[in-house]
Design a protein around this ligand. Structure first.
Ligand code: FES
Length: 99
């Protein structure tokens, strides 16, 4: 199934498959996200925040990089997160490639 992802602060809408990580969907839409480890869940550089909607459960790799407090605020690793509904996400400046 395909979902709609609204990407802040760019205010761009992209299509995302439930079979693709948010990182892959963002990169496929030419939205640059830091992904030093190439999506292995190792580097922690692809942090984004889910503002609205449902996504897959946190992974062990995410637990290694994010605190409970960060999860409560919606922080996730884009390469470890798959959409389960339409989402609104924010890409912090620290995760924007080239920043
Ligand atoms: S790209 Fe390295 S943790 Fe996601």
């Amino acid at each position: 199934m395909d979902y709609k992802i609204t990407v802040k602060p760019l205010d761009i809408e992209i299509a995302a498959s439930e079979d693709a990580s948010l990182l892959d969907s963002l990169l496929a839409a030419d939205i640059e996200v830091e992904s030093i480890c190439g999506g292995l869940g190792v580097c922690g550089s692809c942090k984004i925040r889910v503002l609205e909607g449902n996504a897959t459960e946190r992974t062990q790799e995410e637990e290694d990089h994010l605190t409970d407090e960060m999860f409560e605020q919606g922080d996730r690793l884009a390469c470890q997160t798959y959409p389960l509904s339409d989402l609104v996400i924010n890409i912090p400046a620290s995760s924007s490639a080239g920043s």
